[in-house]
Structures are given as structure tokens and as C-alpha cells.
Design a protein around this ligand. Structure first.
Ligand SMILES: Cc1cc2nc3c(=O)[nH]c(=O)nc-3n(C[C@H](O)[C@H](O)[C@H](O)COP(=O)(O)OP(=O)(O)OC[C@H]3O[C@@H](n4cnc5c(N)ncnc54)[C@H](O)[C@@H]3O)c2cc1C
Ligand code: FES
Length: 244
């Protein structure tokens, strides 16, 4: 396991429980849909926590995360100048290199952050990107998507903004060459079904509790149509037809 001794550059609180942590990149590789294991503690917690790449530029990495437990609570306490240990980038991300034409990115909740770096990489290679972003109530990250998207469609389940309902109600996969999705499984299952009806290729990013993050412990294995796959190694991004 290669550990990167990095430093926190900034920490911003977006909502009551959503934060963006910016760290030094230290020359690490970082591609759309990949993740890093993060650790900012010594003894209290042993395992590092997986967080997706929200944005990567030449010298920094941004991680957007929701505080749900001990590890993310510790991350939220970090301030500029604090040390942080990273491992990554890990996993197999979205197939940006083989994607062309017009792409829909469909994200829900904390599945939205990895789609921002994805939008950036797709746009850089001339792909036209539309984002479909589903929130429960409060919106976040829209400004980050704007530079890379031709259209941004927004829905809230109980909020006041955008379409009132599920983001999948707005998606017409027949208009796209490829669809990438990340978010709650129930949402990705619906996206995969809509894409299958239209024969539009669909890629989904799976989440699983992780121990090692590097393919060694098999703890994150999931059953697929092509056998057991490790979310941290063969994934987190998979062709939707082998998952749903
Ligand atoms: C590849 C990958 C990328 C991820 N990217 C992001 C991201 O960009 N932003 C973000 O906010 N979160 C992301 N997550 C989820 C994040 O890793 C967990 O929320 C985090 O590890 C929780 O750690 P904790 O110590 O705060 O919570 P814990 O104290 O370990 O657990 C608190 C609660 O959260 C639940 N939980 C913990 N981990 C997961 C998980 N992986 N999936 C579902 N429920 C979980 C537990 O069951 C428990 O109820 C990602 C997970 C994976 C596998
Ligand atoms: S977390 Fe150990 S194999 Fe994936």
C-alpha cells in the first residue's frame, strides 16, 4: 500500500452535513470515477475511508463528503495545514477514453461529486455533457458542474427547486450515446432499466464498505452477471448490464 503524506489546503462546509476538503495532490494519478482512501487519525480508527474524486487539478484534489459516522466526522474537523494520509487514486473509473458524442451524467445525493471530475474530463476530450442531478432538498455543487455541461437538469424530492420528484423522470436515454450514473442503488437500477429499453450503454458506480481498498481482502466483493467482482478493484464503475 502506497501512502501519500498530504496536507489539507482548505475545508468548506456546504450544508449542515456536507463538506468539501481540498488537499495537496502530491503527483498522484486521478481519473474520473476513481477514489482515494483517506485517513486523518492515528489509533481511534484503523481503517481508511473511501471518498471519490470530486475535482482534481494539477496540484490539488477536492473531496466532497457527507458526515455519517466517526471517520467522516474526523475529516470534517480538519483545517488548512493539517496532515492527511491518502492512498490512490484507486479503482477503475468511468471509460472516458472510449466515450464519444453526447453523454448524460445522472447523479443522486452524494453520488453527484464524482460526476463533476467526469464532466470535466469528458468535456476536455470534446464530448457534449448534460447533467441530471437529483437532490433530496438542498442543492449543492451546481456551480462546479456549470463550466462543463451544456445542460443541467435538477430535481428535488422535498425541496423547492427544479423539478419536484425523481431525477430519473426527466431522463430520456434515447437522446444520448452513453449514460454514466452514480447514486443510490434504487436510482441507478431505474437508470439502467431506462437505458436498457433504449439500448443506450450505461455505466454505474457501486458503493460498498471497504477495508483495504486495494483488492486484497475481498471484503467489497459483489455478485455480478460475470461472477464476483471487487468494488475497489474491478469497480467501482461497472457496465450496468452486469449489475442490474
Ligand atoms: C468507492 C466509494 C466512493 C465513495 N465516495 C464518497 C464520496 O465521494 N462522498 C461521500 O460522502 N461518501 C462517499 N463514499 C461513502 C463513504 O466512504 C462512507 O460514508 C464513509 O466511509 C463512512 O465512514 P464513517 O466512519 O463516517 O462512518 P461509519 O462510522 O463507518 O458508518 C456510519 C454509517 O454509514 C454507513 N456506511 C458507512 N460506509 C458506507 C458505505 N460505503 N456505503 C453505505 N453506507 C455506509 C454505515 O453502515 C453506518 O450506518 C464512498 C464509498 C465508496 C465505497
Ligand atoms: S476493500 Fe479489500 S478487496 Fe476491496
Amino acid at each position: 500500500m502506497n501512502y501519500i503524506d498530504s496536507t489539507v489546503i482548505s475545508q468548506h462546509q456546504l450544508t449542515e452535513d456536507i463538506f468539501v476538503l481540498e488537499t495537496e495532490r502530491k503527483g498522484a494519478d486521478a481519473h474520473a470515477g476513481q477514489f482515494f482512501m483517506l485517513k486523518a487519525w492515528e489509533r481511534e480508527l484503523t481503517l481508511m475511508r473511501p471518498i471519490s474524486i470530486f475535482k482534481a487539478d494539477e496540484t490539488t484534489l477536492h473531496f466532497m463528503y457527507r458526515v455519517v459516522g466517526q471517520g467522516t466526522r474526523k475529516l470534517a474537523e480538519l483545517k488548512a495545514g493539517d496532515p492527511i494520509t491518502l492512498t490512490g487514486a484507486l479503482g477503475t473509473g468511468y471509460p472516458v477514453e472510449q466515450t464519444t458524442g453526447h453523454v448524460a451524467l445522472v447523479g443522486g445525493g452524494l453520488g453527484i461529486p464524482p460526476l463533476c471530475q467526469t464532466a470535466k474530463e469528458l468535456t476536455a476530450k470534446g464530448v457534449q455533457v448534460d447533467a441530471y442531478l437529483g437532490f433530496r432538498d438542498q442543492l449543492f455543487a451546481l456551480d462546479d458542474f456549470e463550466p462543463y455541461c451544456s445542460n443541467i437538469f435538477v430535481s428535488t424530492e422535498v425541496g423547492e427547486e427544479g423539478y419536484r420528484g425523481y431525477i430519473t423522470d426527466l431522463l430520456k436515454p434515447g437522446q444520448y450515446d452513453t449514460v454514466y450514473t452514480c447514486g443510490p442503488e434504487v436510482m441507478m437500477r431505474k437508470v439502467a432499466a431506462l437505458c436498457a429499453e433504449q439500448k443506450t450503454p450505461c455505466w454505474c458506480s457501486m458503493e460498498h464498505r471497504m477495508a483495504c481498498g486495494i483488492g486484497a481482502c475481498l471484503g467489497c466483493s459483489i455478485r455480478t452477471a460475470e461472477g464476483m467482482k471487487r468494488v475497489c478493484k474491478e469497480g467501482p464503475v461497472f457496465p450496468a448490464h452486469i449489475i442490474f
